[in-house]
Every structure is written in C-alpha cells, then in structure tokens.
Design a protein around this ligand. Structure first.
Ligand code: KIV
Length: 274
C-alpha cells in the first residue's frame, strides 16, 4: 500500500503571521511549468495582470480580461500544491461597485481554486475590500504606483518622493488594512514612506520597487530571470534566460539545418562559406 502524501497549501493566516516575524517571499507566475518550479521556494505566487504585458505583449495591463486571469489562474493552480496563490482582478472587473467586485471575485475563486484575489486602490476601494473580506474572499491590497491608473499617473513614476505626498498614501495603506486586507503590495514607493507604512500597519507589506524595508518582496518572475530586455531599473537579475534561450535556439537551429539530403548541396552550409 502506498502512502498518500498530501501537501497543504500555505494559508492566508500563515501569510499574515509573517508580520514582524519573517519575510514573505513572492513572485508572479502565469503558467503551470513555472508554478511547479517556484512552488517549493516561494510563500505566495501572484497571477498578476502583468500577464497581459509579459505573456501577451500588451502595452499596459488595461486590456486584460477576467477570462484571461481565470485561464492563467487555473494553470498556476494545476502546477502548484504548496504556495498560496493570489489572482489579480483586472481593470474594469471590480471598481464599479462592491457587489460587482464580489460577483467577479467569486468567479475567480471558484473557477481557479486560488485562495485570494488582489485589487488595486487604497481608500477609494476600502468599502469594496471590506465587502469582499466580510463575505469570505481574502483580499491583497495594492497601493502606491498602481499600473491600472497609468493614464492618471501619466507614467511609471515613484510615489512618495516628497513628504507632501505621504499622508494620502499612508491613508490608503491604513484604509485597506482596516478594511480587512490580509496583505498589501507597495509598488514604486520611496523607501522612507514604505518603511513608515510598514511600521504603521498590522498586515504584511509586500514591496516591488519599494525598498528592502517592506515585510516581503515580489518581482515579476520574467524580469528577475532576465527574459525582459527592458526590466524596471530596481530589478536585480538572478539569471540571464533571454540570452540563454536565444543561444539554445540558435544551437538547435544549426543542428537541424546541418542535415544533408542525398544528392543535394546543404544550402545553409553553402551560405555560411559564401
Ligand atoms: O500584476 C502584477 O504583476 C502585479 C505585481 C507588480 C505586484 O501587480
């Protein structure tokens, strides 16, 4: 008889318990093979709406649909069994009302099997965060530089560079924490502000371009692996997979083209010597 080993996924309360105890390791993930590779090493995988830019070549995240998020969410769930999986709510799927947000978030949770959703926005989304959390949907907040408002920001500009900007951003952090979010992403934020917010709120802050002062870190996996030819400046690259893939494809192509056909010149080797 073979013993069935059941791996329990990391839970929302376990992520919350990282606060002031141990850093939360997070990465984005959009597909099953990479989910399998990440699963042992990260606490949380985010199926981010950055999938639109990274996997679908979109200019911004604004064209990402709920169906796309569900498709990629299912793939990541199939490829993983340990890490907590959070799926992003795309632009237009939650801003209109708490009720619409609930309907769409419930679809994401029930169709993918993920444990939580993420949505962008601070104080203005407080009511929605509370509505979802009260009805059993764990919410990760996302404040600072929120890419779904790129048209309003007018570009990817670090938030909180001047102290005059701080009170509104601190109010955003407090609003999502008090509304019941279990963690909050701080994106593109000046270090002293990220540090202050991390001290001020009771839930883990997860930084991306927001300094090492946060309770955890997240990066877009393709950026840290060296697949993005133009990664954000703050990203440290841990591999150079772009050049590695190109070299491998080049070697493969050369091998396939080296085949000779009886009675024919190899046009590729002719080209090479010409
Ligand atoms: O969509 C995404 O990848 C994100 C991260 C940048 C936090 O929201």
């Amino acid at each position: 008889m073979s013993a069935v080993v059941q791996t329990k996924r990391i839970t929302v309360p376990e992520i919350k318990a990282h606060k002031n105890a141990k850093p939360v390791v997070c990465l984005t993930c959009y597909h099953a093979h990479t989910a399998r590779l990440l699963d042992e090493h990260v606490d949380l995988m985010l199926v981010g709406d950055s999938v639109g830019m990274v996997m679908h070549g979109m200019e911004t995240t604004l064209g990402v649909t709920l169906d796309m998020m569900i498709l990629h969410g299912k793939a990541v769930m199939r490829g993983s069994k340990r890490a907590l999986v959070v799926v992003d709510m795309p632009f237009g799927s939650y801003e209109e009302s708490p009720q619409i947000a609930f309907r769409n978030a419930a679809r994401v949770i029930s169709e993918t099997g993920c444990q939580a959703i993420k949505l962008e926005g601070g104080a203005r989304m407080g009511e929605t965060v509370r509505y979802l959390a009260d009805r059993g949907i764990p919410v990760m907040g996302h404040i600072g530089l929120t890419p779904q408002r790129i048209q309003i920001f007018g570009g990817f500009r670090t938030q909180g560079r001047t102290e005059a900007e701080w009170p509104a951003i601190e109010a955003d952090a407090k609003a999502v924490a008090e509304a019941g979010a279990f963690s909050v992403v701080l994106e593109g934020m000046a270090e002293p502000l990220a540090a202050k917010i991390t001290r001020e709120i009771a839930i883990p802050t997860i930084g991306i371009g927001a300094s090492a002062q946060c309770d955890g870190q997240i990066l877009v996996m393709e950026d840290m692996l060296g697949l993005n030819p133009n990664p954000p400046k703050f990203v440290r690259q841990y591999a150079s997979m772009g050049p590695d893939i190109e070299a491998a494809v080049k070697a493969y192509a050369a091998e396939v083209r080296a085949r000779t056909f009886p009675g024919k010149e190899n046009v590729y080797s002719m080209k090479k010597t010409a």
